[in-house]
Write a protein of this length. Structure first.
Length: 387
């Protein structure tokens, strides 16, 4: 009755089952997996947000396949503030970055074609690829005094069926930004093979600027056809508003053809809502207060983490350059999932094991740096006490 593409194993894993039991028992939960900023105690300019959503134009339906011009202009202004020149004609609005990925996968790949993704990385990619009938091929990030793309492995993974290379900039969960020399190598590899770069930049604004210069965006990349994704979910901390975008850059002829085809795909769905598009200028304008709060918390939680790790000799935090997460290396004495279940059942701390993100070995835990500070400090203390 059902398509093979949705024949997933839908049974809960051991950690999910343990979490369900924990909650059913009404026990305290210290959550180090937090990813929803609206649940993390940040202050939003509620009156401004709600006012923007009652625009009179919301009563009329005048769709534009690429998205309303005013909303695309707001996205263009966002990039201009970063020093990037992005025309409104390069932008396609979507309801989410997941939908943007779907559009790009449909544009580039026939059933069975391949897209390269980094490992470790966010597990959602597997479901997106299954739904669009494409195959994912992983290329490794390696850790050696910081994270780096393994270009030898990447080039070995490129077959005749490869249609694009996905880069998460910065990576989730490692916090690795693509370096200038990696930009050049990616462009060369993709241009020579006639394939595209797909750059996920949802965490781009959350760089630890005290440690590096403002990271470069892929949004004006031109040697290879490039699709850059972002949206309100992370930039403004507003995942419920369901507004994201993709920006196309590259050689003029390729860019024009890609945009023409994407417009047809977008016209088929017309998914971004009119009220959210009309509110986009105000929602993006309010991102600065959210950004200041979030980065303050990230820095303070990172300091808490480092301070507590300094008290012992068995666990270390891996270097990170941006994003909301930190990776902690722990003794690999058991599978990561077993350790995560133990931390939940014995210490009431919920976090994600590295295997969930595609780490190739055990001994890695991923913690959210946007968890409220008091809860974060207590949770880390309990994790450290386990070793």
């Amino acid at each position: 009755m059902f398509a093979d593409r949705t024949n997933w194993n839908l049974s809960a894993n051991r950690l999910a089952e343990a979490l369900e039991r924990h909650r059913a028992q009404g026990r305290t939960l210290l959550d180090l997996s937090a990813s929803n900023p609206t649940d993390c105690g940040f202050r939003y300019e509620g009156s401004s947000i709600l006012k923007a959503l009652i625009h009179p134009g919301a009563l009329r339906y005048q769709p534009d396949p690429r998205g309303l011009k005013g909303a695309r202009a707001a996205v263009s202004d966002y990039y201009a503030a970063r020093g990037n020149d992005v025309g409104t004609d390069q932008i396609i609005l979507t309801a989410s970055t997941s939908e943007a990925y779907s559009f790009i996968f449909r544009l580039l790949a026939n059933p069975g074609d391949e897209l390269l993704i980094p490992a470790p990385s966010y597990p959602l990619f597997d479901f997106l690829a299954d739904i669009e009938d494409v195959k994912l091929v992983r290329y490794p990030l390696v850790y050696d005094y910081g994270w780096h793309l393994d270009f030898h492995a990447l080039e070995q993974a490129l077959t005749a069926r490869a249609r694009g290379v996905i880069v998460v900039h910065p990576n989730n969960p490692t916090g690795h930004f693509t370096k200038p020399e990696e930009f050049a190598q990616l462009n060369q590899a993709c241009r020579e093979r006639g394939i595209s770069i797909i750059a996920d930049e949802v965490f781009l604004d959350f760089a630890l600027v005290s440690r590096r210069e403002k990271p470069k965006s892929f949004v004006t990349n031109s040697p290879a056809l490039t699709f850059t994704l972002s949206g309100l979910s992370k930039i403004a901390g507003l995942p419920q508003m369901k507004l994201a975008w993709l920006v196309v850059s590259g050689a003029e002829e390729q860019k024009r053809e890609a945009l023409a085809r994407l417009e047809v795909i977008a016209d088929t769905y017309l998914s971004p809502s009119t009220p959210t598009q009309l509110a986009a200028p105000a929602l993006l304008a309010g991102r600065h207060r959210f950004h200041e709060q979030l980065m303050g918390r990230v820095v303070r939680n990172l300091a808490q983490l480092d301070s507590q790790l300094e008290k012992q000799k068995t666990c270390i935090r891996l270097d990170l350059e941006g994003g909301w997460y930190a990776v902690v290396r722990v003794p690999a004495t058991r599978p990561d999932e077993d350790l995560a279940v133990e931390l939940l059942e014995r210490h009431e701390v919920y976090l994600h094991p590295g295997r969930f993100f595609g780490f190739s070995a055990d001994g890695y835990l991923v913690v959210s740096l946007i968890t409220e500070e008091q809860q974060f400090g207590e949770a880390i203390a309990r994790v450290v006490s386990n070793f």
